[in-house]
Design a protein around this ligand. Structure first.
Ligand code: FES
Length: 136
């Protein structure tokens, strides 16, 4: 079964062929945003594929149009909801974009609050700033 690893958290999961990176993220409880629900309309699932780019479905013209609206687009940028794993032996390594993680935390304020509380509770630490403030 293909493997997907999400960086920098190091979360890893095995998923069936045909699974999208966004679906893998949801299965692994990783933090890829999905404001449009995975219908290629928002770019909040923007990720960088560090390994396994060739093992994913090709980007459609629509995906490339949406990616043009994302922040800090690179040669290995993909939309997580449109990138489906095609090889059973694939290992896909994904770096979640800052934009995507912020979108995820905007969508899950309870997780943002828990992360903030955990940071504030670290010994010898001043109250932490928001772990990923929405600075858009
Ligand atoms: Fe909106 Fe992927 S979740 S484009």
């Amino acid at each position: 079964m293909p493997k997907v690893r999400f960086e920098p958290d190091g979360i890893e999961i095995e998923v069936p062929v045909g699974t999208s990176i966004l679906q893998a993220s949801n299965m692994a409880h990783s933090q890829v945003g999905s404001a449009c629900g995975g219908v290629c309309a928002c770019s909040t699932c923007h990720v960088y594929v560090k390994e396994g780019l060739d093992e994913l479905s090709d980007a459609s013209d629509r995906e490339e149009d949406i990616l043009d609206k994302a922040f800090d687009v690179k040669a290995n940028s993909r939309l997580g909801c449109q990138s489906k794993i095609q090889d059973a032996d694939a290992t896909i390594v994904v770096e979640i974009s800052r934009e995507s993680r912020q979108a995820f935390l905007d969508e899950h304020p309870e997780i943002r609050a828990a992360l903030k509380a955990a940071k504030a509770a670290e010994p010898g630490r001043d109250p932490a700033p928001d772990p990923a403030p929405n600075d858009r």
